[in-house]
Each structure stands twice: as structure tokens, then as C-alpha cells.
Design a protein around this ligand. Structure first.
Ligand code: 5AD
Ligand code: SF4
Length: 490
């Protein structure tokens, strides 16, 4: 039964990856259908949800601290419903109720669709009864039963929760079966399951009708996508071809790729399909074969190098970004130097660099000692970041004097900060600093009218930093009510 007797107010805080952002979008959509309104402050909310991440310990600490602060909110306003959802809920389960007894709801990644019903159950009883819904763990039954318990529910959508109204995430697979020894994802997100291509294509069409122009296909190992429908096997390259001609969609991206599954058919699809961005996020994680082996990544540096050569040979001007872990168990100074060498050699567009964080339930936590002290981890992290930034800045400088196509996403971070400090007097300002992304996923800032947000523009680059290209508009696209596009000189 839908309770719309009065409007509930929902505050939701999301940490972690794009999967979590998408999950929050879907949870909000489901609750909106029950009459919930979103609020940006926990103080104004009667329902507070934390969509959580377990990849590193730090993210979990932050959630437990936030929950601690809510104890007092709960005393003052006993009607408030507090929920922990997502990866930490799946991993910690009853531990959350023990550490934060004022939590009403613990819902894992596979049961997010149950949230509206579970909140109703909490509210229905005068004596609060905590509600828990978590998927089966990976040892609790047949593969199909476990996979079913992690099922997702993608079609529900809430445009207000998207990165922007014209950009959307589309999940094409859930879970992961790779079991890298440091990683909790196979436990928190369950077995790898690809969604049927027809369902994905339909979702992309729906999003395009709602005004979305750029979609990002999501999967933990997105290029491992495989689904057989009507007797035909679809790989990611087939799926890209299938959705490519969707009217209204101008840009398609996909993250995150797994090095060993970077097949030539996929690289050819990226080369040949003009709407697919020339950008690949393929984490190397480490530059030393011994460490890669302990991480059970399933490839050597030499194999990764071969993959990079294939990318460079097949797709001109394709940018590649990576993730690295520093301070993994047994990482010697020489091993760290090999990782630094890999950063030098592969010249990634950017790298996300993480200090190793031991996670209970992972093979690395069972098998190896977390023997690199935190100071050393921090130092190696800083060293690698500095090296990567220097390389990014050198490579960005190559763009000076060249033109790039961007999809204008909104005001730049500094324009947003300035507007918060001193809001514009009345009406909309004529020109602000805007930001967008190039086709190779570089952040570009330039001055322009805020009306350009959601359209494409050509920018001539005149300066750069390690993270940003700086330029000015050469041409922009004008939209006349309909979807008619006309490039004009500005
Ligand atoms: N400690 C540190 N970093 C980790 N990652 C995954 N698990 C851990 C961990 N236990 C990093 C990997 C991955 C990224 C999303 O997070 O680099 O690619
Ligand atoms: Fe984690 Fe490895 Fe799967 Fe990536 S591929 S989600 S690092 S187990």
C-alpha cells in the first residue's frame, strides 16, 4: 500500500563510486513515488539514508561517525527513520545495529528495491523493530540463488539525482567474479551478471526521450560484459553498436575496464563508432609482477604493455587512465619504484592512487600481513601523485593551441564557489566560467553564457594545469526548441 498521507522528507548521503550514485538515483525515485520529498539537510528530514562504500576503511569510519552524530537527532526527533544501505550494509550487516543501535534499517546492494516497504514497516510499529535485508553471501547456495539475491532494479529513474539533467549512468552489469585479493566488491556486489541488451537499449531510449545526451555504461569490469539473447552472444562491442544510433544520444562512455578483457573488437568499436568517447579507464593497480601476482590481478606488466600498444595502435588520440594501490602487503621500495616506472612509461591521462586498506573477508587480509606502515604508504602515495600530476600537465600542454569538443556540464568549481560566496545580484549573469569534458575526458574550463549548459561547444585551448585545460569558445551549438542543431561562430 502506498502511504501518501503526508509528505515525508528524505535526506540521502552517497559516498563511493558511480554505481552508488546510480543506486541512490533509483532509491530516490522509488521513494518519490511514495510521496517523499528530497531535502538537502538531515535536520529537515524525517528519513535519513546513507548509501555506503566499503572499498577502504576510511569511508566506513566516516559513516560510523556520521551515525554517531545522529544519535542525538534521534533523541530529539524519535520519529526519524535512519538507514544504512549499500556496500557497508551488505558487508557489516548486524554489526551496524550493534555499533549504532539507533539505526532502523540495514539494506544491502541487492535489496534496494525493498527500501520503501521496509521503511513503512519501521514506521508501522510503535515499538521500533529494526529491519534488515541483505543478499545471500557467496557461500550460501547455488550460483543462481546467490545471483538472484543480488538482483538489481534499474528502470526506475529520478532525473534530479543525476550528475546533470543531460548525463546519465546506465548499469549494464552488476557484481564481479575476479576476486582480486584486496577487494571487497565480489562480496558486497555479488556475482557478475550482465543485463539483457534489449533492456539496456530500451533504457537508453527512455533516457534520450527525457533529454539525456551522454550516457556512461557502468560495470565493475564493464568490458567483461557478455549476454546471450535470442541465441546471439552480445559483447560490449556489440552492445555499443546496438545503442549507438539512439536518437538524441551524442556521447557514450563506459567504465571501468579490466585489462585482460580489453579485446580488439572493443577497441575497434571505440575507433569506429563516432559517439563513443576515446577514453578508457583500465586500472593497472601496480607496476611490479610479484605484487600483481599477490593481488591476483591475472596479468603481468608485460601483458598490460601489450594491451597499451594495441590501444595506441588501434585508436589514435585515445586517453587512458588508471588506478594504483600503494603500500600493498609486502611492497618493497624496489616494487614501489617499479610502479613509479609504470606511471612514467604509460603516461596515463590521470591516475587514482589509493593507500592499501586491509579489508576483512578478503584473501589478502587472510593471507598476507599489512606490513607497510602508514607513513610509508602516505609518502609513496604523495610521490606517485606528484609524478602523475607532472605527466598530466606535460601531456595537457600538448593541447595548447588545439581545439577540443566539449559537452558543457555547468559552472566550473571556482565559479560555483564564487557564486556561493557572493550570489549574482538579480537575474542570470551573462558570462561565467563554465566546465565541460573533451572527447578524451579532459576537464575544460572557459567563459560563456550559462545558457550553454547542456550543449556542445568547440574550445580553443590556451593554457592548462595538470587537471584542467583552459580555453575560450570558438563555436557553439544552438538548439531551437526542437533538437535541430546549428553550429555558429560565437
Ligand atoms: N585498499 C585500497 N584501495 C583499494 N581499491 C580497491 N580495494 C582497495 C583496498 N582494499 C582501489 C582499487 C580500485 C579502486 C576503485 O579502489 O585501485 O580500482
Ligand atoms: Fe575488485 Fe578486482 Fe573486481 Fe575490480 S576486478 S571490482 S578490483 S575484484
Amino acid at each position: 500500500m502506498t502511504d501518501t498521507s503526508h509528505n515525508h522528507r528524505l535526506y540521502i548521503e552517497t559516498v563511493g563510486c558511480q554505481m552508488n550514485m546510480l543506486d541512490s538515483e533509483l532509491v530516490v525515485a522509488a521513494l518519490r513515488q511514495e510521496g517523499y520529498e528530497l531535502t538537502d539537510s538531515p535536520k529537515k528530514a524525517d528519513t535519513i539514508l546513507f548509501n555506503t562504500c566499503s572499498v577502504r576503511e576510511h569511508a566506513e569510519h566516516k559513516i560510523y561517525s556520521a551515525l554517531g552524530r545522529l544519535k542525538y537527532v534521534r533523541r530529539r526527533r524519535p520519529q526519524t527513520v535512519i538507514g544504512v544501505i549499500g556496500c557497508m550494509a551488505q558487508k557489516d550487516q548486524d554489526l551496524i545495529f550493534r555499533r549504532a543501535p539507533h539505526v532502523d534499517l540495514v539494506v544491502g546492494t541487492g535489496q534496494l528495491a525493498e527500501i520503501p516497504r521496509l521503511i513503512r514497516e519501521v514506521r508501522a510499529r510503535p515499538q521500533r523493530q529494526p529491519q534488515k535485508a541483505v543478499s545471500l553471501d557467496r557461500t550460501s547456495g547455488s550460483v543462481t540463488r546467490i545471483a538472484d539475491s543480488f538482483r538489481s532494479y534499474d528502470p526506475l529513474r529520478d532525473p534530479d539525482m543525476r550528475p546533470t539533467p543531460f548525463q546519465a549512468f546506465v548499469r549494464i552489469m552488476i557484481g564481479c567474479d575476479k576476486f582480486c585479493t584486496y577487494c571487497v566488491v565480489p562480496t558486497t556486489r555479488g556475482p557478475e551478471q550482465s543485463r539483457p541488451p534489449s533492456q539496456i537499449a530500451q533504457e537508453v531510449r527512455l533516457l534520450a526521450e527525457q533529454g539525456v545526451r551522454e550516457i556512461t555504461l557502468l560495470g565493475q569490469t564493464v568490458n567483461s560484459y557478455r549476454h546471450t539473447e535470442n541465441g546471439r552472444l552480445y559483447r560490449l562491442s556489440d552492445l555499443l553498436a546496438m545503442i549507438h544510433d539512439t536518437d538524441g544520444i551524442d556521447r557514450i562512455r563506459f567504465v571501468t575496464s579490466y585489462p585482460r578483457d580489453m579485446s580488439d573488437d572493443l577497441l575497434q568499436a571505440v575507433r569506429d563508432l563516432p559517439k563513443v568517447m576515446r577514453y578508457l579507464h583500465v586500472p593497472l593497480q601496480h607496476g611490479c609482477n610479484d605484487v600483481l601476482k599477490r593481488m591476483k590481478r591475472g596479468y603481468t606488466v608485460e601483458q598490460y604493455r601489450d594491451m597499451m600498444h594495441r590501444i595506441r595502435d588501434l585508436i589514435p588520440h585515445c586517453s587512458v587512465s588508471s588506478d594504483f594501490i600503494v603500500g600493498f602487503c609486502g611492497e618493497t621500495e624496489q616494487a614501489h619504484e617499479k610502479s613509479m616506472d609504470a606511471v612514467r612509461e604509460f603516461r596515463f591521462k590521470n591516475s587514482f592512487i589509493f593507500k592499501y586498506s586491509a579489508r576483512s573477508g578478503t584473501r589478502a587480509d587472510e593471507l598476507f600481513e599489512d606490513d607497510v606502515d602508514d607513513r610509508t604508504k602516505r609518502r609513496r602515495n604523495v610521490e606517485m601523485l606528484e609524478l602523475q600530476n607532472q605527466i598530466s600537465e606535460e601531456d595537457n600542454a600538448e593541447f595548447i593551441g588545439r581545439r577540443v569538443q566539449v559537452l558543457v556540464e555547468g559552472p566550473s568549481k571556482s565559479a560555483e564557489k564564487a557564486a556561493r560566496r557572493q550570489p549574482p545580484p538579480t537575474g542570470r549573469p551573462l558570462s561565467v566560467q563554465l566546465m565541460g569534458r573533451s572527447e578524451c575526458d579532459r576537464i575544460v574550463v572557459f567563459d560563456g553564457n550559462p545558457r550553454l549548459v547542456g550543449s556542445t561547444a568547440e574550445i580553443e585551448v590556451s593554457d592548462c594545469t595538470g587537471t584542467t585545460l583552459i580555453g575560450s569558445i570558438v563555436t557553439r551549438e544552438v538548439r531551437h526548441g526542437s533538437s535541430e542543431l546549428l553550429p555558429i561562430l560565437s
